[in-house]
Design a protein around this ligand. Structure first.
Ligand code: SF4
Length: 441
């Protein structure tokens, strides 16, 4: 029996797909890249933006045609998982009647129970089923869900409230990955610094564990070289966590802290829970405590009621902070959210696109300057892939680097940490040559 999984959206969805794939493999299934060859096709969906939802709908149309054309072959079962699936899926069932299974995010059991109705598959986190790593990096979800209810966001409705895994469970997964060649793990949460707030205190009444404790607990895992973490949320950050990033050598000094807007009225309408002054305070504290830290952010343009002057504050913020990377999106109302119910989507689409392009153009110049300053410097790079004689990897600051695989340079391969001297830079990536000395393990 063969399965095919199509994944849209964030790293959490990628991690969920990997975990489902591991369970299917454990049950004796094999993966196929072609849905036409599959007995089961899973569509792991994202609805954070309309485009992502449209892509899933279009892919389901493609699967429907495959299912209809089976002509005597084994039937194709279609499962839809992820954020498209809310608590009630009646509307979806009517719209996509050919889908066999609807599963909410991480509700893998629903899919597997359909395939193996008589087997006890365990609890939500599947303690015995760990995703098989592909390559030297792995995503490890550490906290699921979100309690914040930003007015534009559908995530809390689809992924539920914050639920942290225990440190032991996570450490076991990290050790499993590292025993199979993983050298870098990214600890995932919608608001990763909320890690541990929902866990009980220790047996002797110690404080609840936090992200700093988790870093320390996995830091010395044999084989592990790097620890990353995503996504930061200003109100959950603590001085202790920032100091842990500075103090633990394997934790990469890279923070992804979505700001979304730089005007306090817009932030209040988004219900982000901080002012721009509080956000900037964290930027300064991080840069004080972790010198050279790379910062990336997310910005939404054209949110309900955003004036030109308020948008200009977002541009001013980018000039002021000079992020290494900015992910920008034009606001699109998501059915079921607070903004969809109570606010007018009153910025015209062409104006949203103008603002989006203005952010992209400004950030392109800033990233070009930041990256250009690295030319001539030697960076620690974890090799992630080799293709056509070109090696690709990332610096500790999460910058993509390409360099030619030349003989006599220690035969670098995926999973190796090497020194690369940067020779060229663009806003999006670096090019270089491998220095002779490898980074000590
Ligand atoms: S913090 Fe806000 S934007 Fe992020 S997942 Fe939670 S509700 Fe959504």
């Amino acid at each position: 029996m063969r399965y095919h999984i199509w994944t849209e959206g964030c790293q959490m969805n990628e991690a969920d797909s990997a975990r489902l794939a591991a369970a299917l493999v454990r049950m004796g299934w094999r993966e196929t890249a072609r849905p036409a060859d599959a007995d089961l096709a899973v569509v792991n969906t994202c609805v954070v933006r309309q485009k992502a939802e449209d892509r899933a709908a279009s892919y389901l149309g493609h699967l429907r045609r495959i299912k209809q054309d089976r002509n005597g072959q084994a039937p194709l079962s279609i499962a839809v998982m992820g954020c498209m699936v809310g608590p009630r899926s009646d509307g979806l069932r009517a719209r996509f009647p050919y889908v066999d299974v609807w599963a909410r995010p991480q509700d893998f059991d629903v899919i597997l129970r359909r395939l193996m109705p008589d087997t006890d598959l365990g609890g939500e986190f599947w303690p015995d089923t760990l995703p098989q790593p592909i390559g030297p990096t792995a995503f490890v979800p550490v906290i699921h869900g979100c309690n914040k209810f930003c007015t534009y966001c559908i995530v809390p409705y689809r992924r539920g409230r914050e639920r942290s895994r225990t440190i032991d469970d996570i450490a076991r997964e990290v050790a499993f990955h590292c025993s199979r060649g993983v050298r870098e793990v990214t600890l995932l949460g919608q608001t990763v610094e909320a890690y541990g707030k929902d866990l009980p205190p220790g047996p002797s009444g110690e404080d609840k564990p936090d992200l700093a404790d988790l870093f320390a607990a996995i830091h010395d895992t044999p084989g592990l070289q790097r620890i990353r973490f995503l996504t930061s949320y200003p109100r959950d950050m603590t001085e202790r966590i920032v100091r842990a990033v500075a103090g633990l050598p394997k934790v990469c000094e890279h923070f992804n802290i979505p700001v979304q807007a730089a005007d306090n009225d817009v932030l209040a309408r988004m219900r982000r829970g901080y002012t721009i002054e509080e956000y900037l305070d964290w930027v300064h504290r991080i840069r004080d405590v972790v010198p050279g830290a790379a910062l990336s952010t997310d910005v939404i343009v054209g949110f309900c009621g955003e004036t030109e002057a308020q948008f200009q504050r977002s541009l001013d913020l980018l000039e002021q902070v000079r992020f290494d990377k900015v992910h920008v999106a034009a606001y699109s109302p998501r059915p079921g959210t607070i903004a969809w119910r109570h606010m007018e989507d009153d910025v015209p689409l062409d104006e949203k696109m103008r603002r989006l392009h203005a952010v992209e153009a400004l950030q392109e110049g800033i990233a070009a300057q930041i990256n250009q300053a690295l030319v001539g410097a030697t960076q620690d790079v974890l090799v992630e892939a080799e293709k056509g004689g070109v090696l690709t990897g990332r610096t500790r600051a999460n910058k993509l680097v390409h360099w030619p695989h030349a003989s006599g340079q220690g035969d670098a391969a995926p999973g190796d940490l090497v020194n690369v001297r940067i020779t060229r830079a663009s806003p999006w990536a670096l090019r270089g040559v491998q220095a002779q000395t490898a980074v000590p393990a």
